[in-house]
Design a protein around this ligand. Structure first.
Ligand SMILES: O=C(O)c1ccccc1NCC(=O)[C@H](O)[C@H](O)COP(=O)(O)O
Length: 260
C-alpha cells in the first residue's frame, strides 16, 4: 500500500464518522454555508506573487514540521506578507490538521482559502463550504475521471472553485478540464517523497491555457518561481519552507520581497 492508499482507506472511515457526528442537513445550517465565496483563480491571475501559503503541522514525508503552530498567528502573518491565497490542511491523522482549522482560518482571513484534503465523498465538499472554504482540492490519483466531474460540479453548484492536482501525464490525459478552474502539478513523488520541479516544467504544455496553472510542493527558492512563471504557472503552493520557520508569516514576507 502506498501512502495515498493508506490515507484514502482511513479517510473512508473518517468521513462516515463525520457524517454521523454532523449530518448534511445540520452542515447546511452553518453560517458559512450560504457565504458568497471569493475566486481563488482570479486572485492568482491578478496577483503579483501568486504564492499560496499552506498551514501544515506535519506530513508523511517530513514528520513534524510545526506541531505547536498558532493558527491565527500564522494566518494573519501570511496575509500581511501579501500572499494570494491560503491553503489549510484539514487532514488530522497524517497532517495534524482539522476541519476546525479551516473555520478558524476563515475567521482570521479575508483572502481565498483552499481546503487541502483528500476528497473522496460529496459530504466533504459540503463540509468545505460550511467551514468557510473558497476552493477545494481534488487529487486525480485517488479519483476516477467521472468522480472528478461529479465532485467538481457539486463544488460549482455551491460556488466553490476546484484545484485538480496531477502528478504525471497519465493523470492529465482524458480529464475534462471544463469542470475545474485550476490545475496543480505536484512536484512530490508520493511513492518516494522525492521532489523534482521538472515535473511542473514537463507537464505544463499538457495543461489547457484556460485554467490557472499551479506548481505544488518542494518550492523554496525565489529563482524557481521566476523560472516556473516562464512555463505559464500563476500559482505556487508552499508549505514546509514557511512552516518550518519560527515565524511562518515573516518567512513568507521575506520570500515575497526576494521575488521583487
Ligand atoms: O507533504 C507530504 O509529505 C505529502 C505526502 C502525501 C500526500 C500529500 C502530501 N503533501 C500535500 C501537499 O500537496 C503539500 O503539502 C503542498 O503541496 C505543499 O508542499 P511543501 O511546500 O513541499 O510542503
Amino acid at each position: 500500500m502506498n501512502i495515498l492508499d493508506r490515507i484514502v482507506a482511513y479517510k473512508k472511515l473518517e468521513v462516515e464518522a463525520h457524517k454521523a457526528a454532523i449530518p448534511l442537513e445540520v452542515l447546511q445550517r452553518f453560517e458559512y454555508y450560504n457565504r458568497t465565496v471569493q475566486s481563488m483563480s482570479e486572485a492568482l491571475s491578478n496577483s503579483e506573487s501568486g504564492i499560496i501559503a499552506e498551514h501544515k503541522r506535519r506530513s508523511p514525508s517530513k514528520s513534524v514540521i510545526n506541531e505547536k503552530s498558532d493558527l491565527p498567528d500564522v494566518i494573519q502573518g501570511y496575509q500581511q506578507a501579501g500572499i494570494s491565497a491560503i491553503s489549510v490542511l484539514t487532514d488530522t491523522r497524517f497532517f495534524g490538521g482539522s476541519i476546525t482549522d479551516l473555520l478558524l482560518a476563515r475567521s482570521y482571513s479575508q483572502i481565498p482559502l483552499l481546503r487541502k484534503e483528500f476528497m473522496i465523498d460529496p459530504y466533504q465538499v459540503h463540509e468545505a463550504k460550511a467551514h468557510g472554504a473558497d476552493a477545494i482540492l481534488l487529487i486525480a490519483a485517488i479519483l476516477d475521471k467521472q468522480e472528478v466531474i461529479e465532485l467538481s460540479d457539486l463544488a460549482s453548484s455551491l460556488g466553490l472553485e476546484v484545484l485538480l492536482e496531477v502528478h504525471n501525464q497519465q493523470e492529465l490525459i482524458g480529464q475534462d478540464f471544463s469542470h475545474v478552474q485550476m490545475v496543480g502539478v505536484n512536484n512530490r513523488d508520493l511513492k518516494t517523497f522525492q521532489v523534482n520541479l521538472d515535473n511542473s516544467r514537463n507537464l505544463s504544455a499538457l495543461i489547457p491555457d484556460d485554467v490557472v496553472k499551479i506548481s505544488e510542493s518542494g518550492l523554496s527558492q525565489p529563482e524557481s518561481i521566476g523560472d516556473l512563471r516562464g512555463y505559464g504557472y500563476k500559482g505556487f503552493l508552499m508549505g514546509e519552507s514557511f512552516m518550518k520557520q519560527a515565524d511562518p508569516g515573516l518567512a513568507a514576507a521575506e520570500f515575497i520581497k526576494e521575488l521583487g
